[in-house]
Ligand binder design. Structure first.
Ligand SMILES: *Cc1c(COP(=O)(O)O)cnc(C)c1O
Length: 370
């Protein structure tokens, strides 16, 4: 089995993300580029505005392969060792807590970097209180190692474009920016250049007010529209297709069962196939019978429980399927979001959870095959 990754589609999606709004767009490549392979994905987007990753380790691995783009660490530094690496690798650092401000005080002035000041406008995860923004901005302004401040926040409900929570978060953000500007305008102070960043994929697509100088596009680059109830978007192209083969084809009598727990019972005489793919590869174990699978260009369904290395599909209506027939577990014909919805999860988890055992095969474009 393998995951075919269409780098042409990835680049198309990045260009589309960039076309929304007038700002710059960081490609979010955390978690192994949402399972697509950090290095290859980053190389193919190296002509863009830069990258965001979650951890210093991820950022270092991008520098180690020679990528010199702007590179933001979304969690910032955790200790002095992180800070040393961050300075050495010329990373953009986010700060969300006072302990990180203390760490930045020990950074050398010789290699100044940009700092992303994160405020919590209602996500309830990382960030300073909005009222603290001027205080943190003031402290950063006094550090010779800091050359720019990008005020940033993260939206909790961006995938629900009509949620009043979005309006509330944007209002709080804009108020904090005004307070920082008022502070920066006071005489006699060094005033750090200021920029803003709010939007993730969902906000970039659905909330024009959230588009600022810097946007952060993640899941949309991989072809998934995160807006609630949508997932698919004709403007986005599918990037990953997870394929495997039938390694056995079996006949079954009415009343017989398939797999662990005798979970699925055939009510008619029929046929089923065993696909070499299981939760050991990252296919969700909780995908129930009925989850779509593509065999011979036709949709059929998963039957019985997913095991570690195998799953079963109903072939009763696909007589031409034989041992060796290719199967699409998710991709251009079976959206990963649909598989995720069946399994009670989100496409982020399935893409990011694809395991190391699955080879990634890169193509520049597979669109003509779809
Ligand atoms: C992961 C992440 C993003 C990207 O989110 P998507 O929904 O994948 O676009 C943006 N900003 C922050 C802070 C993140 O952690």
């Amino acid at each position: 089995m393998y995951a075919e990754i269409d780098l042409g589609a990835l680049q198309h999606n990045y260009r589309y993300a960039k076309s929304l709004g007038s700002g710059k767009t960081l490609a979010v490549v955390k978690a192994n580029a949402y399972g697509h392979g950090l290095e290859r994905v980053a190389r193919s987007l190296a002509g863009g505005d830069g990258f965001a990753v979650a951890t210093v380790e991820e950022a270092v691995s991008l520098r180690d392969v020679g990528l010199r783009n702007r590179l933001l660490v979304l969690q910032g530094v955790f200790d002095r060792e992180d800070l040393r690496e961050a300075v050495r690798c010329r990373l953009d650092l986010l700060i969300h807590s006072d302990y990180q401000l203390d760490l930045l005080r020990s950074a050398p002035a010789s290699q100044p970097f940009s700092v992303w000041l994160k405020i919590d406008t209602g996500m309830g995860r990382l960030g300073f209180d909005c009222d603290d923004a001027p205080r943190i901005y003031a402290a950063l302004s006094e550090l010779p190692s800091v050359r720019e401040c990008i005020i940033t926040t993260h939206l909790a409900c961006a995938d629900e474009i009509d949620s009043p929570h979005n309006t509330l978060q944007l209002q709080r953000f804009d108020r904090a920016v005004r307070a920082v500007r008022a502070f920066a305008g006071q005489n006699g102070r060094r005033s750090l250049p200021l920029a803003q960043s709010i939007a993730n994929s969902a906000a970039l697509i659905g909330l024009p007010d959230a588009r600022r100088q810097w946007n952060r596009a993640g899941v949309m680059l991989y072809g998934v529209n995160p807006r609630a109830g949508t997932w698919q978007d004709r403007k986005l192209k599918n990037v990953m297709t997870l394929r495997s083969r039938l390694i056995a084809v079996r006949s079954v009598r009415a009343g017989e069962t398939v797999g662990y727990g005798c979970d699925y019972r055939f009510f008619h005489d029929g046929r089923f196939g065993i696909v070499a793919c299981g939760y050991g590869d990252g296919y969700p174990r909780h995908a129930p019978s009925g989850t779509p699978v593509l065999v011979c260009g036709r949709r059929t369904q998963l039957v019985g429980r997913v095991s570690m290395d195998m799953l079963a599909v109903d072939l009763s209506a696909i007589p031409e399927a034989t041992v060796g027939t290719e199967v699409e577990l998710w991709g251009g014909s079976v959206p990963v979001a649909e598989v995720a919805a069946n399994a009670g999860t989100i496409p982020y988890e399935l893409l990011g959870g694809l395991t190391a055992r699955v080879p990634r095969i890169y193509r520049s474009s597979i669109s003509e095959r779809e």
